[in-house]
Design a protein around this ligand. Structure first.
Ligand SMILES: [Zn+2]
Length: 50
């Protein structure tokens, strides 16, 4: 990818940074819609730290 992405949770307790992903998708279940306040959520899986 060559690009680094960063983000974190709403309260700021968790921060993350990644530059590789191995899976991605979206969900429109009632939990994801309620949690995000959006009609669907996009997500990615990134490798953990080794
Ligand atoms: Zn969901």
């Amino acid at each position: 990818m060559g690009e680094t992405f960063s983000g974190g949770c709403f309260c700021g307790a968790v921060r993350f940074e990644f530059s590789e992903i191995f899976d991605a998708g979206y969900c429109h279940c009632s939990i994801c819609r309620r949690f995000s306040g959006a009609p669907f959520v996009l997500w990615v899986n990134a490798p953990g730290r080794s």
